[in-house]
Write a protein that binds this ligand. Structure first.
Ligand code: MG
Length: 164
């Protein structure tokens, strides 16, 4: 069996008048992330990690923000497109580990829901998708609630084993 690893990071600005969507889950909050799509940093970091693992660049290359097709796009759906690429390359997800950096709101109540939604798209059990959250301890752009960030690492396993 062969393995690939991938890492992804994403950052979006936090502004009033936008929905806050993280890991495909809408979270009630008075601000949301600004972007061409729904600006779901979690799905973007995860998509970047998957594309990295298969050597396919990043989501900016696959879904350019100059393309009107991706205006207000669901990033969970974009993740689905990326996952189809991963499968076409003959890989499946071993596991994914994610960290969300956000000062507020408390994300613990939404963690399980995010995990389940991402697991469906990644075609793995929920236990293979780990989501952590941390604050910026009131420092920097995270701490001042100017933006949010997410990081993801994934392990891919080849579906077919080479017979010797
Ligand atoms: Mg992004």
């Amino acid at each position: 069996m062969s393995f690939r690893i991938g890492h992804g990071v994403d950052i979006h600005r936090l502004v009033p008048g936008r929905k806050l969507i993280l890991g495909g889950v809408e979270i009630p909050w008075d601000k949301g992330l600004l972007g061409h799509s729904d600006a779901d940093v979690v799905c973007h970091a995860l998509s970047n990690a998957l594309l990295g693992a298969i050597g396919e660049g990043d989501i900016g290359r696959h879904f350019p923000d100059s393309d009107p097709r991706y205006k207000d796009a669901s990033s969970l759906e974009l993740l689905q497109v990326v996952m189809a690429l991963v499968k076409a390359r003959g890989f499946r997800i071993g596991n994914a580990d994610l960290t969300i950096l956000a000062e507020k709101p408390k994300l613990a109540p939404y963690r399980e829901d995010m995990q389940k939604r991402l697991a469906v798209v990644l075609q793995v059990e929920s236990a293979a998708v780990n989501i952590k959250a941390t604050t910026g301890e009131k420092m920097g752009f995270i701490g001042r609630e100017e933006g949010m960030m997410a990081e993801a690492v994934v392990l891919l396993e080849s579906v077919t084993t080479v017979l010797g």
